[in-house]
Design a protein around this ligand. Sequence first.
Ligand code: GLU
Length: 475
Amino acid sequence: MTVKTRFAPSPTGYLHVGGARTALYSWLFAKNQGGEFVLRIEDTDLERSTQAAVDAILEGMTWMGLDWDEGPYYQTKRFDRYNEMVDKLLAEDKAYKCYASKELLDEIRAEQEANKEMPRYDANHPKIKAVNDAAKDGDPCVVRFRNPKQGSVVFDDQIRGRIEISNSQMDDLIIRRTDGSPTYNFCVVVDDWDMGITHVVRGEDHINNTPRQINIYEALGAPVPVFAHCAMILGDDGAKLSKRHGAVSVMQYRDEGYLPNALNNYLVRLGWSHGDQEVFSREEMIEHFSLSAISKSASAFNTDKLNWLNNHYIKTSDPEYVAKHLEWHLDNQKLSTENGPAITEVIKLVGERCNTLVELVEQIRYFYEDFAEFEAGAAKKHLRGVAKEPLELALSKIEAVSDWSTEGLHTVIAQVCEELEIGMGKIGMPLRVAVTGGGQSPSVDAVMQLVGKDRVISRIKMALDFIAEREANAQ
Ligand code: GLU
């Protein structure tokens, strides 16, 4: 049997992290089993589904790298098929038409509540029976599934274990509305059957639908898939993850500077474990993933851990990969890297200092653009009279240096220290502020090497002018 899983979002909003994690688990399980992954858009709720949401979901899935082998299928394009199956159940008396009006059902519900009975649809209720007996073909009606009355539905949830629900707790579900449209629980079953889905991995919020759906599979003579219901994701504060917790759309994580590999790694560990391993390459995730190691309990989102992982991925990934994802941020923060060193070299040097790609762009502008001013605090502290002589000596040596390498520039700085009998900080910090405009950067020799000779020289001159002006003003 080829394993086939699916992700079946309703396009009523963007792809949020909860959905993305479900999609990831479903995708990973398919990959782990050498199976296939289907994407299906459940757009039967015409009022709430939008094309913008479909686009956002596809964009989110693509950004996460969760590629699908089949689809996207759209439920709205399959109404004929659902209706064909409703008609089949009607013909086999596994479903029936019900003519009871909404008003009548409301009235019966009120009676049941008044009698302290559980409100439920009962086809044998005398008032419903009377209406149905009197109805003529063509009168407005819904179609209801004849749910078995006896016994119970049992299934082995791959995450939650054995679940048993008595049929007496389920009433006859509407499978086709008065307007002729099939309902959600029915479409899902027909789809999963037609698409050959063997394993349904979905959110726990669907667990109550599962026994009803199993009865429908059985009535259709369809094989029942294996189910795995994933627990919720909670916010840092323990409440259900919502917009209130900030970024919940996966594209917002892109905007905030997370790498898809980091977010995937973060999400896979949010509710799944393999020993105490925290960092998983895609290949490792696929290799080790199993439904049985998914946690039953809800997991809390932890932004610090996501930041830690993102930093890890920025510093250890192939710089080409980071560069590819940095492009959006460079555009967004309007930084062109045309005039300066190869971005991959800059990533190798600065990446480890950043938790996000947003920070990375903020920290690398000086490699590509000149600045009009030094950062006030850093300049005040380091561009002082005492820095004049070291900077002048460094300037003359830098102008003359033939070996424009990190080592060559390291030697220049060491010589300045030696000749002036000063410590490294007395030249390193002024030089850093001169070359980068601020007080924080990676090792200044490596920074100078990438900034390039012309820029380094003009910036040291700018720093010397700054010191001169400062001294003149002080007099
Ligand atoms: N369309 C449902 C949702 O977005 C998922 C249904 C399922 O996975 O069976 O919540």
